[in-house]
Design a binder for this molecule. Structure first.
Ligand code: NAD
Length: 294
């Protein structure tokens, strides 16, 4: 049976290190990193997520601010708020919770955020810097996947990595990060021919698809490391719901060398990496060295 990669425990350890780094920066340099989250509308999943971000930001000793705007907020008003936050020195990281209501142009809003404060790493300039290997702010979920992989496997050089999914939020940035780690990277997607055969070549298999349990056990190369990014709520036979990933966990864990569970794998890494990005952003903005170990 595969080793279970415990993302929940890893994320808790990372948050602890971040908390120590925050107090070090504050006592040595007088800088208290601050994260501002902007939520437009009342999407229940987004509200839960924003609350969780706020709580974990405060627990790590950072300043947390939230701007909750009504669903009918105009694009111009949202852009004006971002402009104010860009110019506010106490704000080191700005995150606009997605999705935004239909009348607001998401890419216009993301690209209005200061590149230095773009802790989601979605600004076109950060995307470009990541793709050419320059210092940038890296998207949180992909960064979390790579931290788990490096923690489990050490040096990733020469590994065959297959990423299923080519979204801008997960698939593409994971592929860029794994290229930087010297993997041989294949990005598979909905038009890929013979997906099971492509997956069977993977030493590292990352599933970021959004299709419940798409990746079957016999798609996994024996001993491979499987990172399941998917979070899908499905109905059980008893009429209840439960979370499953994009990988058939029971089948894959009989073949894989290691696998992340859902929940408790990649999921908790996202906010931990958001806190990490906020500390990194604050350090860069104040010319302070980023503490080791985060
Ligand atoms: P997306 O819908 O933007 O992209 C899905 C990708 O999968 C697309 O590139 C598409 O080509 C590919 N795809 C779809 N069906 C396919 C099929 N049958 N075979 C092969 N490829 C197929 O999704 P996303 O935003 O990248 O999210 C993917 C999953 O990861 C979702 O379940 C989402 O909930 C989850 N997610 C989790 C976190 C987290 O852990 N914090 C963060 C982001 C996304």
């Amino acid at each position: 049976m595969a080793t279970v990669i415990d993302g929940k425990a890893f994320a808790a350890g990372l948050r602890e290190k971040i908390g120590k780094a925050v107090s070090e920066i504050q006592s040595n340099h007088g800088v208290k990193p601050g994260l501002t989250v902007v939520l437009v509308g009342e999407d229940p999943a987004s509200q839960v997520y924003v609350r969780s971000k706020g709580k974990q930001t405060v627990e790590a000793g950072m300043e947390s601010t939230e701007h909750k705007l009504p669903a009918d907020t105009s694009e111009a008003d949202l852009l004006a708020l971002i402009d104010r936050l860009n110019n506010d020195d106490s704000v080191n990281g700005i995150l606009v919770q997605l999705p935004l209501p239909d009348h607001i142009d998401e890419s216009k809003v993301i690209n209005a955020i200061s590149v230095a404060k773009d802790v989601d790493g979605f600004h076109i300039e950060n995307v470009g810097k990541l793709s050419i290997g320059e210092e940038s702010l890296v998207p949180c979920t992909p960064a979390g996947c790579v931290l788990l992989l490096k923690d489990h496997l050490g040096d990733l050089t020469g590994k065959n990595a297959v990423i299923v999914g080519r979204s801008n939020i997960v698939g593409k940035p994971v592929s860029m990060l794994l290229l930087q780690e010297n993997c041989t990277v294949t990005v598979a997607h909905s038009r890929t021919q013979d997906l099971p055969a492509v997956c069977r070549e993977a030493d590292i298999l990352v599933a970021a698809v959004g299709v419940p349990e798409l990746v079957k056990g016999d798609w996994v190369k024996p001993g491979a490391t499987v990172i399941d990014v998917g979070i899908n709520r499905i109905e059980t036979a008893e009429g209840k719901t439960r979370l499953v990933g994009d990988v058939d966990y029971a089948g894959a864990s009989e073949v894989a060398g290691a696998i992340t569970p859902v929940p408790g794998g990649v999921g908790p890494m996202t906010i931990a990496c958001l806190l990490r990005n906020t500390v990194i952003a604050a350090c860069r903005q104040h010319g302070v060295p980023v503490p080791d170990g985060i």
